[in-house]
Ligand binder design. Structure first.
Ligand code: 13P
Length: 257
């Protein structure tokens, strides 16, 4: 991790932790990472909706950011089972994650829906974490670059240049995520992060585009975190399983620092 750039560490706890589990996790993580300079390192946790308020309430000011795993693009309406930006604001979410691979591929979300969510999330002042990534099939057809460009160009369509300051990107190749996932090699991750960086510069211009942090996710663990963090266009790590124990998450963070 280059000394002069801010580095990001986040975990998405998916549908695993209850309110009690989340509070315990956040409290422990906060304690373990207390000495880390927050001007250089951003740490965030994205728990289930039900745990956001309790997690937010125990976090010391600006110490850890708390996010939501999804959000609807309307403030209110006939959307049974959905969650609105006003509701997430009310419970103290700082970040809204949009377009996680499991929402795209299990729950059928489209790029056009992700775009509506991105615009709505920015309008409501959230840091907006847009997730992108190709499937194994798309990789085998040799269209990974095109898929990433498509997801970014549609997902970020209409975003004002000044709002890009609140955009974070997570590159999570679908084939690398979860129990059957295989982490991307450092060469492959470097190439794809390069494609994303270039596409963001194309959309927002170099001034804005180059400042958008791009996090890598998909089977990050204590063995590969440090190596991945050294790649020029990787600005952070977005972790699932290996970070769900606060001690392990802290170890990964320290292995990079
Ligand atoms: P894993 O680290 O468990 O592969 O999950 C990554 C992820 O989906 C983070 O959003």
């Amino acid at each position: 991790m280059p000394a002069n750039k801010k580095f990001y560490f986040g975990t998405n706890t998916k549908m695993y932790k209850t309110i009690g589990d989340t509070v315990e996790f956040v409290e422990e993580l906060q304690e373990l990472t207390d000495d880390i300079d927050r001007d250089k390192v951003e740490i965030f946790v994205i728990p289930s909706f039900t745990a956001i308020k309790d997690a937010h309430d125990i976090v010391k000011c600006k110490f850890l950011k708390i996010g939501a795993q999804n959000m609807n693009w309307e403030e209110q309406g006939q959307y049974t089972g959905e969650i609105s930006p006003l509701m997430l604001r009310e419970v103290g979410a700082d970040i809204v994650m949009i377009g996680h691979s499991e929402r795209r591929h299990i729950l059928g979300e489209t790029d056009i829906e992700e775009n509506k969510k991105v615009l709505c999330s920015l309008e409501h002042g959230f840091i907006t974490l847009l997730c992108v990534g190709e499937t194994m099939e798309q990789k085998q057809f040799g269209v990974s670059d095109e898929i990433l460009r498509l997801q970014l160009k549609i997902g970020l369509y209409g975003v004002k240049h000044e709002d890009s300051e609140r955009i974070w990107i997570a590159y999570e190749p679908v084939w690398a995520i979860g129990e059957n996932g295989v982490p991307a090699t450092k060469e492959y991750a470097a190439k794809m992060h390069g494609v994303i960086k270039k596409t963001l510069s194309g959309i927002f211009g170099d001034d804005h585009g180059k400042k958008i942090p791009i996090l890598y996710g998909g089977s990050v663990n204590i063995q590969n975190a440090s190596e991945l963090s050294k790649i020029r266009d990787i600005d952070g790590l977005f972790i699932g399983r290996s970070a769900w124990d606060a001690k392990d998450f802290n170890k990964i963070i320290r292995s990079v620092l």
